[in-house]
Design a protein around this ligand. Structure first.
Ligand code: SF4
Ligand code: SF4
Length: 407
């Protein structure tokens, strides 16, 4: 096939970029340097075992194993998500009338009789499913450029996908650069955007471009960060190790996605994170004056968070309805319940007592452990008696230890 001139392809892409806030097209880059970097992080135990990120898998990802043989070029794309919506809670609680209003839109009904209810926050980038939105926009882009260029394109549209090094490809394209928090920074969007890719068999002629495009992948220089270390200083668990290195095993994002043990030292700073963490993004100066004009689309829209007592009352069916089409739905429900109990330990409520008591005899020892912690934080005679009773019958050492710690 005769290669198509870059400028012609780029113009076609621009004509069909509805829903996409920035894009670029690049040849498939060779990634031996970042591959070595990731293998080193793996060796140092900075990537949790749960990710099953073996050396073999790492090599496959960095050599595009799944797309070898047909993919010729990649369109990288970004979707800006910053809107003017805000969290409704102050100090971890929402007024009861706010809770009642929110509950009217969700399946479970609120209790009454208390002035405020504990509230769990969902990280801003998860308020909607921007990944799915972007994939849909990329698919639409394909049909448009097929018409304009009079070609038939083989493609794969991806977003939030672990079988290719997504962030590296965007950095390689020059669309954004790495910040010290290992999140990408864009000139106009700060780091409030998600990314996606379109792998295609489009044979593009890049030779007419200025020398240096696309840039050769190298270690990020953090030039845009200058001397700033705000994200490193603000990270509650010290997960940011400097120069873009991150100890994922300590990161709240990872800890909130999985049913894992959260060390006691990290629990009070957990605050009321129901899902995700964006502290290292929130403090970045590049995000402080962004226009709040991100698209308020409805794909997987779950809002800013959830009344925690409601959340613990959901049936399986109500849960499915509440988080339908959002990325939270792919997570283990117990991981999110664990997060809710961490929030309730930090922001206790008498109204949560019954739910916490029922989780104290849950079949999962990990859940029993968090219930014991939250009950201990709630305090009071009923909690204490329940913990003492449980201790008599509990066989799991980790749960016994937690109960003894809280009594
Ligand atoms: S997401 Fe949160 S815990 Fe993870 S590195 Fe950023 S600030 Fe630290
Ligand atoms: S907070 Fe500072 S160091 Fe961190 S990514 Fe932003 S500019 Fe870079």
């Amino acid at each position: 096939m005769k290669p198509i001139d870059y400028a012609k392809v780029y113009s076609a892409l621009a004509r069909h970029a509805a829903g996409i806030d920035a894009f670029e097209i690049i040849p498939i880059p060779e990634l031996s340097h970042p591959l070595a970097h990731t293998l080193e992080a793996l060796k140092q135990g900075l990537i949790p075992e749960q990710y099953r990120w073996t050396e073999e898998k790492t090599r496959q990802v960095y050599t595009y194993n799944k797309f070898q043989g047909w993919a010729q070029s990649i369109i990288v794309a970004a979707k800006y998500y910053f809107t003017d919506e805000e969290y409704p809670d102050t100090g971890g609680y929402i007024p009861i009338d706010t809770a009642a209003k929110a509950a009217a839109k969700t399946p479970a009904a609120p209790h009454s009789g208390h002035a405020k209810r504990p509230y769990g926050r969902i990280a801003r980038f998860t308020w909607r499913n921007n990944y799915r939105f972007l994939v849909q926009s990329l698919r639409n882009m394909v049909s448009g450029i097929e018409r304009d260029l009079d070609v038939s394109i083989r493609f794969k549209a991806l977003s939030n996908y672990t079988s290719i090094p997504e962030k590296l490809l965007v950095a390689y394209s020059g669309l954004a650069v790495f910040g010290r928090n290992s999140v990408l920074l864009h000139e106009n969007m700060g780091s409030r955007f998600v990314i996606g890719e379109l792998l295609t068999d489009l044979f593009v002629d890049f030779t007419a471009l200025a020398p240096g495009f696309p840039a050769t992948p190298a270690a990020p220089d953090f030039a845009k960060c200058g001397d700033c270390t705000k994200c490193i200083d603000a990270c509650p668990t010290g997960a940011l190790l400097g120069e873009g290195r991150i100890d994922v095993t300590r990161c709240y994002q990872y800890l909130s996605e999985n049913l894992v043990f959260v060390p006691h030292a990290y629990r009070s700073a957990w605050g009321n994170r129901l899902y995700g963490c964006s502290t290292c993004v929130d403090v970045c100066p590049y995000n402080s004056e962004l226009a709040p004009n991100g698209e308020k689309h409805h794909i997987g829209h779950v809002g800013t968070g959830e009344d925690l007592i409601n959340l613990l009352l959901y049936t399986e069916e109500q849960w499915g309805e509440r988080f339908k089409d959002n990325q939270i739905i792919i997570r283990d429900r117990l991981a999110i319940i664990k997060n809710a109990m961490l929030c309730l330990g930090n922001y206790p409520s008498e109204e949560a007592l019954d739910q916490l008591l029922s989780f104290l005899s849950h079949s999962s020892p990990t859940i029993r452990q968090y219930a014991a912690w939250a009950l201990g934080k709630l305090g009071g005679m009923k909690s204490r008696k329940a913990l003492e009773r449980r201790l008599k019958e509990e066989e799991q050492a980790s749960v016994r230890n937690e109960i003894e710690r809280m009594l």
